[in-house]
Ligand binder design. Structure first.
Ligand code: ADP
Length: 181
């Protein structure tokens, strides 16, 4: 299955993706994780991305899209993937569609994890990642509202809505059921 995971920062996408990846046997491709790995290794891509990430802003689309394109070209992503953190804008969604179309592929669905803003702020403050301070969180939620939330309308009836408050196990069970698995 080729799936995109959507939801506000702190929605628990990464946690759910790790479980889904195992159960569905497809790789979890997280742009945030890819950026953090590049930052950790000090690659040119990591150096460029770091200032944007630390400020809670989006990394420029050309940089991000190139990174995603090369990751999707790897062998393990041939038959399916869980894309987490990309697309984050309608522009990126169009790029993804083109990338897939070139390979004669398309998405099977877009899973939207729905969580209230209070819960996401609580979760982000609890995990304490470097970019999880209050100001950055506010910026990221603003970016989400302005740039990412419009993807829900953009994807229309491809959206598979999941109520993403509750235990990790319950949310996973709801997702598997919604995917017909
Ligand atoms: P969260 O789910 O909490 O937002 P991520 O790990 O997905 O965290 O992303 C962390 C940061 O990485 C974002 O705030 C942004 O700066 C950058 N980033 C991730 N994906 C993208 C993307 N598709 N386009 C631009 N920037 C991105």
């Amino acid at each position: 299955m080729r799936l995109v995971l959507l939801g506000p920062p702190g929605a628990g996408k990464g946690t759910q993706a790790a479980i889904l990846s195992e159960k569905l046997g497809i790789p979890h491709i997280s742009t945030g994780d890819l950026f953090r790995a590049n930052i950790g290794e000090g690659t040119p891509l990591g150096v460029e991305a770091k200032s944007y990430i630390d400020a809670g802003k989006l990394v420029p689309t050309d940089v991000t899209a190139r990174m995603v394109e090369s990751r999707l070209a790897e062998d393990d992503a041939k038959d399916g993937f869980l894309l987490d953190g990309f697309p984050r804008t309608v522009e990126q969604a169009d790029i993804l569609e083109e990338l897939l179309a070139k390979a004669g592929e398309k998405l099977d669905g877009v899973v939207n994890f729905q969580v209230s803003e209070d819960v996401v702020v609580e979760r982000m403050l609890a995990r304490g990642r470097a970019d999880d301070n209050e100001e950055t969180i506010r910026t990221r939620l603003g970016v989400y509202r302005d740039e990412t939330a419009p993807l829900i309308d953009h994807y229309g009836d491809q959206i598979i809505a999941i109520a993403a408050e509750g235990s990790v196990e319950d949310i996973n069970a709801r997702t598997m059921e919604a995917l017909g698995k």
